[in-house]
Write a protein that binds this ligand. Structure first.
Ligand code: ZN
Length: 506
């Protein structure tokens, strides 16, 4: 016989399922738009997406859901729920509260503002005209500050924005983690620049048949342990991974006809995201917990594969022969050591998305410091172009000549996303901590990679991280896997160990 609590929990679960089904339809529609939907269909598709999104939002904010949450959060009821339902209730309640604290009409204004701002940003970027974008960014910052007041915060206003993407993370922690990393990275980059060494990248800039590049991408995904019976690889402009459902996790990549590193590392990066999603415990299907723990933990998985495995010497000692089979002419005179050096160039540059693994975090820190200042009011939007240039000069030793290559380069702020950027660097920091833990559990992991046995790595990640999905907080996962809190010293150590010999530094 079912009890009233069983009934309430069943209704709650059915409601959440329905939300997930709308999300699945939307994810598939977005995937389709970005992987070759016919141009003429785009406008009507956008309308259909608008309708489904509005229906989803109704479900997320409905009175029924409020009732289920109130009923199930009641301590005497809550304590009788199974652990997965308990965590699902907490997760859905958190989203529900966030949605509900913002007056509906203000949220609607925000949606309209950011969609206008995205198209203005595009024009501003194309003409390198910050003044054009400035009034929009000012409004976006103001509305974000207002939202923060609705949501509330304990110490720093920016904490509540960070928490959206990296639950539990605070300004106090990020300031501390970033400052040590910044100092050491700046020193290392200066030493690399001073060394005057430049790996030869010419072999990568030849003509590469796209069909063969695709073959290489498929082979690498296969070796990583990506399940093609629950996924597929397609081509796009800006590569991404998307989860349609737990058994349909798709990877996209980009094939350039005259550069071959781009496809390789996009594929490995998105493949790392996909392994995470494919590794989530099937017990969590149909709940909001069948998801990554946070943006930072997700990024740790893609970066781990892309940089720590995919840009390692051992990885290429095994996989280079596939490259040579496919492109014998292009690499006829290139040793595996030269190839390894060519995929590990470190060079200060202006554009974040093209940055190497060492300088990348410095780009993130600049955005973080600016966001924090805008939200707490210590910086004003009109100061940004100048602050951008001076921070680039200070951290990277290069500065943009125009705002298109500076403050206007990323779309995130036009979309109203504040608090997202730091998760990219947190991902790198987590990844290095996980690598350190992997070394303890599998001391010969490098030998395994050299023999092409990447499944050992994948299985370790499945067991240690993936299967938990969103049932653990990011800090809990880090502690459980490493026995420590988040700490950038492992990333600093990894950089030194890898790049000092690569650049023949003392
Ligand atoms: Zn990523």
């Amino acid at each position: 016989m079912s009890t009233p609590i069983d009934d309430a929990a069943a209704l709650f679960r059915a409601h959440v399922q329905k939300m997930l089904h709308y999300q699945e339809a939307l994810a598939l529609m977005y995937w389709d738009l970005r992987t070759g939907a016919p141009k003429r269909g785009v406008e009507l598709r956008a309308e259909a997406i608008g309708t489904l999104s509005a229906e989803l939002f109704k479900l997320e904010t409905s009175r029924e859901l409020e009732q289920y949450l109130n009923q199930l959060s009641e301590p005497s009821t809550y304590n009788q729920l199974d652990p997965i339902t308990q965590k699902s209730v907490l997760e859905v309640k958190k989203q529900y509260d966030r949605n509900h604290k913002i007056p509906a009409e203000r949220y609607q204004e925000f949606v309209v503002l950011t969609s206008q701002a995205e198209s203005v940003w595009e024009d501003a970027k194309n003409s390198s005209n910050f003044e054009l974008f400035k009034p929009y960014l000012e409004k976006i910052v103001a509305i974000n500050q207002e939202f923060v007041d609705y949501w509330g915060y304990k110490e720093h206003k920016y904490d509540t924005l960070l928490d959206k993407y990296e639950p539990g993370m605070t300004v106090q922690q990020v300031d501390k983690i970033f400052s040590g990393l910044r100092e050491e990275t700046v020193k290392l980059v200066e030493a690399i620049v001073r060394s005057g060494q430049k790996p030869n990248v010419k072999p990568f800039l030849r003509a590469f048949d796209v069909a063969k590049q695709r073959q290489l991408s498929l082979a690498l995904l296969e070796r990583m342990g990506y399940d093609f019976s629950a996924g597929r690889l397609d081509e796009t402009v800006h590569p991404f991974e998307t989860t349609i459902n737990r058994y349909d996790v798709r990877v996209t990549t980009k094939f350039l006809p005259d550069e071959m590193r781009s496809a390789i590392f996009s594929t490995i990066h998105e493949g790392g995201h996909a392994l995470y999603e494919q590794g989530i415990s099937p017990d969590l299907i149909g709940t909001p917990l069948a998801d990554g723990a946070s943006m930072g933990i997700h990024e740790s998985q893609s970066r781990f594969w892309e940089n720590m495995i995919g840009r390692s010497r051992e990885f290429w000692e095994y996989n280079y022969k596939t490259v040579l089979d496919l492109f014998p002419m292009q690499f006829a005179d290139v040793s595996v050591e030269d190839f390894y050096r060519g995929v590990n160039v470190v060079e200060p540059s202006l554009i974040r998305i093209e940055a190497d693994e060492v300088t990348y975090n410095l780009h993130i820190m600049i955005r973080y410091e600016i966001e924090k200042g805008l939200i707490d009011g210590s910086l004003s939007v009109s100061d940004l172009p100048e602050i951008w240039r001076s921070k680039m000069q200070e951290y990277l030793g290069v500065a943009p000549e125009n705002d298109a290559d500076g403050v206007l380069q990323d779309v995130h702020w036009a979309g109203g996303d504040f608090g997202y950027f730091p998760t990219y660097a947190l991902g790198n920091i987590y990844a290095a901590q996980f690598l350190n833990a992997l070394k303890k559990d599998i001391p010969d992991y490098k030998e395994q990679v050299r023999r092409g046995n990447l499944r050992v790595i994948k299985n370790w990640l499945n067991q240690s991280i993936h299967r938990y999905g969103k049932t653990l907080m990011p800090a809990e996962i880090v502690r459980q896997v490493t026995g420590e809190n988040i700490d950038s010293k492992y990333l600093i150590g990894y950089f030194r160990e890898k790049f000092k010999p690569l650049y023949h530094l003392l």
